[in-house]
Design a protein around this ligand. Structure first.
Ligand SMILES: [Zn+2]
Length: 328
């Protein structure tokens, strides 16, 4: 899609602006260093009021806190611009966790440091954590065993501090469910999100039954994502729209109407040293694209955007065990 056409479509979303919570981002990625301030402003104008920075590598935890501090300063500037600032205009939050995709980079020292940081800083959540057997190398028994061990240890940290978890589960839903069931982690009490949910209908219902919300990304904007759409519909048919939250997972998972190139492959994890090096080529996703997830979900479920936005706000608060006031 050409630039002018895509900006027209973005403007359509802008004309129906609803308060939204981006429950999962990697907005601290260097890919946003050149225009982060501008992107925060765009997100704000698209209705985004809370944004969660989600951890994946220990070495980037400090960068996440620096990014939060920067955005906090920027959002104060909006208040001056609009003359109606209050502290909750645009809030950034942090989840800390060691991502299963990068399992070979994590050490036991990182686990200990993570537990100490959680005790000292009390992040919003623990994440993203879980299991991922996307590549053959990750199915190797020693690699997968290490993923399980790190997942369990981080679940323990969440239980110790009574914090919700952000799950990253890819091609390992049955194994993850088994670990969750065997653990003391109770999502009905602690909350939690199965981020960028990618399982089938039965798995979707199984995670919701355990108390998790399903995190829906820009993948839902693709009419060909039939398995995902059926899974969301099945979970909603059984449990209602209370089981969903939305996220951009930026810079990944770009909504289909915001893509300029034909490349469909994920930039995440392509290169562990520079995780999103390829993302510019594949159309970097941004927090301001979140309304497209709302509009596609609204169409899929036959629920008005207005009603859905309010419910998603409440669902996000329930999943994260917070009580953020819905802006009026
Ligand atoms: Zn993520």
């Amino acid at each position: 899609m050409s630039g002018p056409e895509s900006s027209n479509r973005v403007n359509q979303a802008l004309s129906n602006c609803y308060p939204l919570i981006d429950t999962h981002t990697h907005f601290d990625a260097p890919l946003f260093d050149s225009d982060r301030a501008q992107q925060v402003q765009s997100a704000y104008h698209q209705g985004i009021r809370h944004l969660v920075l989600v951890g994946y590598l220990y070495q980037h935890f400090e960068r996440m806190y620096d990014t939060k501090q920067l955005i906090d300063q920027l959002s104060k500037r909006f208040g001056i611009d609009t003359g109606e600032h209050n502290e909750s205009d645009f809030c950034t939050h942090i989840a800390l966790g060691l991502h299963p995709f990068y399992i070979e980079q994590h050490t036991d020292a990182h686990l200990i440091e993570l537990a100490q940081m959680v005790a000292a800083c009390r992040p919003l959540a623990i994440g993203e954590i879980g299991l991922d057997t996307f590549t053959d190398a990750m199915k190797e028994p020693d690699v997968f065993d290490k993923q399980k061990r790190f997942f369990e240890a981080q679940l323990d940290t969440a239980v110790t501090h009574q914090l919700p978890v952000m799950l990253h589960i890819r091609k390992a839903h049955a194994e993850a469910l088994a670990i969750l069931k065997a653990h003391e982690y109770d999502a009905h009490t602690l909350g939690g999100i199965a981020h960028s949910f990618s399982g089938g209908e039965q798995e979707a219902k199984a995670f919701v039954k355990l108390g998790f919300k399903l995190g829906v990304t820009g993948q839902v904007t693709n009419p060909n994502a039939k398995k995902l759409r059926r899974a969301i519909q099945a979970a909603v048919d059984t449990y209602g729209i209370e089981c969903l939250v939305i996220e951009t997972d930026c810079p990944d998972m770009t909504p289909i109407m915001c893509q300029n190139s034909n490349s469909q492959h994920s930039a995440v994890g392509q290169s562990p040293d520079n995780e999103w090096e390829a993302a510019h080529a594949h159309d970097r996703n941004i927090p301001a694209n979140l309304p497209w997830v709302l509009s596609s979900l609204s169409e899929l479920l036959g629920v008005s955007q207005d009603k859905l936005a309010k419910q998603l706000w409440q669902n996000s608060c329930d999943a994260l065990k917070v009580n953020w006031a819905y802006p009026t």
